[in-house]
Structures are given as structure tokens and as C-alpha cells.
Design a protein around this ligand. Structure first.
Ligand code: SF4
Length: 91
């Protein structure tokens, strides 16, 4: 399997009303480097019309964005509640 094929096997149960990652869009707008755009292995951070966009669906809960965000844009990171989040699958 390629990494993309392996990721495609995973399943996600998104807690729509309680996102486990919250951003401060004003801080993201003034971030000079925006490392989240290239560091997230699931490519969940995207730039649209100059603004950082994020969607929890597809999050691998790896914590990389929590580590690389040094400008205060990521204001909250926690694991999703019970029964929510990623389920890793091998086949
Ligand atoms: Fe991406 Fe990992 Fe952050 Fe989820 S925890 S948004 S997969 S970098």
C-alpha cells in the first residue's frame, strides 16, 4: 500500500458540535510561517483567499500541528471524546 492508500482505509467519526482542535483565525492571519500548511500529514490545513482553513475530519490525532504552531494560532488541542476520532485500519 502507498501511504495515501493506507490512510484511505482509516475511518473517522467527527464530533461536529465539539471540534477537538480550535484555531484563532486572527493569529493565523498574522503568522509569518504557517508551518501547519506543510506539517500536517493529512493536509487538513489549507490556504484559501489568504486565510488558513481547517477541517477536523480526517485528523490522525498525531499532534504535529500542536508542536509546530509557534504563533499562538492553535488555541486548543485535545483528543476527541469517546467513540469519536480516528480508527486506524490495516486492511
Ligand atoms: Fe494534522 Fe496531526 Fe494536527 Fe490532526 S493532529 S490536524 S493530523 S497535524
Amino acid at each position: 500500500l502507498t501511504p495515501e492508500e493506507a490512510l484511505g482505509l482509516d475511518r473517522f467519526n467527527v464530533d461536529e458540535g465539539n471540534p477537538h482542535i480550535l484555531l484563532d483565525k486572527a493569529r493565523c492571519a498574522s503568522c509569518p510561517d504557517r508551518p501547519c500548511l506543510w506539517a500536517c500529514p493529512a493536509r487538513l490545513y489549507r490556504l484559501k483567499d489568504g486565510e488558513v482553513q481547517f477541517d477536523c475530519a480526517g485528523c490522525l490525532e498525531c499532534g504535529t500541528c500542536r508542536v509546530v504552531c509557534t504563533h499562538g494560532g492553535l488555541v486548543s488541542w485535545s483528543h476527541p471524546g469517546a467513540t469519536f476520532g480516528v480508527t486506524f485500519r490495516c486492511s
